[in-house]
Design a protein around this ligand. Structure first.
Ligand SMILES: [Zn+2]
Length: 523
């Protein structure tokens, strides 16, 4: 009798859950590029505990995903998230398209030193994981400022020390922005010296190349050389060919990448799937010599009629042949602090508003006027769809948004911040068949994870951290457009970060499980 009572109590006592979360009936795309298979994924604490055709063990919570894709959470290797992550620590625009890890410090620009900023990020209750690169431009600016000259041997020693400290603090590598001031004033040899230090700590080099337009091919050679002579993995950020005259150069770029890889140089690329880029109007359309030494000096130069005339010729050339896309209508304003009514309008509109004919010459005048007024960020429609497809298909290309964390509804940011990953899946996988689903997921997960030497993320496998995106491949799509960018992507049903559900039923949850990730020099 006593025996039966015990057995009865045991039966009545709920069994302790073996798992915290169980995803059932998924189409598992594991990140490696292997074909999908049907299965369940069980999560315990912050990690994947089991994957099997059917898991019946008790779980605190079970979600039936009804045949949707279960993929690793996406890793965005190139973002400008630090502008917005402290205002919008949920990073809704990214999480709602399956992104669970953001990499910051790109294009040669990072906080410096890194440690205090990493501490701020640690203290922030945030949804996605975040990691940092150290920016070569920031390092150079700290030591030399923004003047155009070679570094002295003493200055190079100071730069090396800054890079070394950043790698010890947890940077994933060195980013360069050789297109921007002051990166553009750096000789390749100086970059190589700094890259060697990053490489010694297990880091990589990534570059916003010196020129993405007429001198694109020379710049690709330079990026490869930095990896080859710096003895570290090297990477072309947001690979593209800007300006009609340069369309098609992606073919030569990828040939150089293949040749380099064949001789043992570890070079890779990332890309966003849009025919427009985004940066400041000053960086895009003004010559670097005009901007040398900072804003006050640029304004002084523009006041001198002869210097202004010289600059204008170069601005005209950039509108005609480079980021201007051949037409002032192809330059759109994202955010203009001095006149928000210009947000979303074009350089042609702004020229018209100043009572001038919309010629390229007048547009160049307007562009210089905008710099004098305090500047705008812009969207530059100057990339060909053919180049996008060709670069996207290349096996060494991964996906990176180059986006930011916008404040919903504010300004007119490039739609890439809201749509990059969903757009690849909707347009380039489902509609255009440029990539298979499995290959697209690989480019968003296992590939960037391997690049960053993140050995515990990017693949669905027991023991890996449970960063997971669940979506319907038949409905996934980006909605953000150039004229109406503040629209979240659709098709994602559940997003999980470090084992916690952060997005479901069309809404962000209250969980903030995001972690700061550290590079190999600190690990
Ligand atoms: Zn860039």
């Amino acid at each position: 009798m006593r025996h039966l009572l015990v057995v009865g109590l045991l039966l009545l006592t709920p069994q302790p859950a073996q798992y915290d979360l169980l995803l059932r009936n998924g189409r598992i795309v594991d990140g490696t590029g292997s074909p999908w298979y049907r299965g369940d994924v069980a999560i315990a604490r912050d990690a994947i505990a089991a994957i099997a055709p059917s898991i019946d063990a008790p779980a605190t919570r079970t979600i039936d995903v009804h045949g949707q894709v279960i993929a690793p959470g996406f890793i965005d290797i190139h973002t400008h998230a630090r502008r917005g992550i402290f205002k919008v620590p949920t990073a809704d625009n990214y999480v709602r398209q399956g992104v669970t890890t953001l990499m910051e410090g790109p294009d040669g620009s990072s906080p410096l030193p890194l440690a205090p900023f990493l501490a701020e990020l640690e203290a922030l209750q945030k949804t996605p994981n975040i990691g940092l690169f150290v920016g070569q431009g920031s390092v150079r600016e700290a030591v030399i400022g923004t003047t155009n000259r070679a570094a002295t041997p003493e200055e190079i020693q100071k730069e090396l020390a800054l890079v070394e400290q950043a790698m010890k603090d947890g940077a994933f590598g060195l980013s360069t922005g050789l297109f921007y001031v002051p990166g553009t004033f750096t000789p390749t040899e100086e970059v190589i010296e700094l890259a060697r230090v990053a490489g010694r700590y297990g880091g990589m080099h990534e570059s916003h190349q010196r020129d993405e337009a007429s001198k694109l091919i020379d710049s690709v050679k330079e990026t490869i050389r930095i990896g080859e002579e710096g003895h570290l993995p090297t990477h072309i950020s947001h690979a593209k060919a800007m300006g009609v005259a340069n369309w098609g150069k992606s073919e030569e770029m990828l040939r150089l990448v293949d040749e380099a890889r064949a001789r043992g140089v570890d070079v890779t690329l990332d890309q966003y799937p849009y025919t427009a880029s985004s940066t400041s109007v000053a960086a895009a359309l003004m010559p670097a010599w005009l901007l040398e030494g900072g804003n006050q000096q640029a304004l002084a130069r523009l006041k001198d009629p002869a210097t202004r005339a010289k600059a204008k010729l170069e601005v005209i050339d950039r509108i005609k042949n480079e980021r201007g896309g051949g037409d002032p209508k192809n330059v759109q304003f994202a955010s203009c602090g001095f006149d928000p009514s210009l947000n979303g309008k074009t350089l042609a509109d702004a020229t018209h508003r100043r009572d001038m004919m919309e010629t390229v010459e007048n547009a160049a005048e307007t562009a210089m006027w905008i710099v004098e007024k305090g500047g705008c960020s812009g969207i530059f429609h100057a990339i060909s769809e053919d180049d996008i497809g060709r670069i996207l298909k290349h096996p060494a290309t991964m996906i990176g948004s180059d986006g930011e964390v916008p404040i919903f509804g504010q300004a007119n940011p490039h739609p890439r911040s809201y749509g990059t990953f969903a757009r690849v899946l909707g347009v380039y996988v489902r509609e255009k068949h440029v990539l298979t689903l499995e290959d697209a997921i690989r480019k968003m997960t296992a590939f960037p994870a391997a690049r960053l030497r993140l050995t515990d993320r990017g693949v669905l496998r027991p023991g890996m951290k449970a960063d997971i995106a669940v979506f319907d491949p038949a409905t996934v799509r980006d909605k953000a457009t150039y004229d109406n960018p503040h629209q979240y992507a659709e098709g994602f049903s559940t997003v999980i970060v470090n084992g916690k559900v952060v997005f479901e039923n069309g809404a962000m949850t209250r969980e903030r499980p995001g972690r700061v990730l550290y590079g190999p020099g600190r690990r």
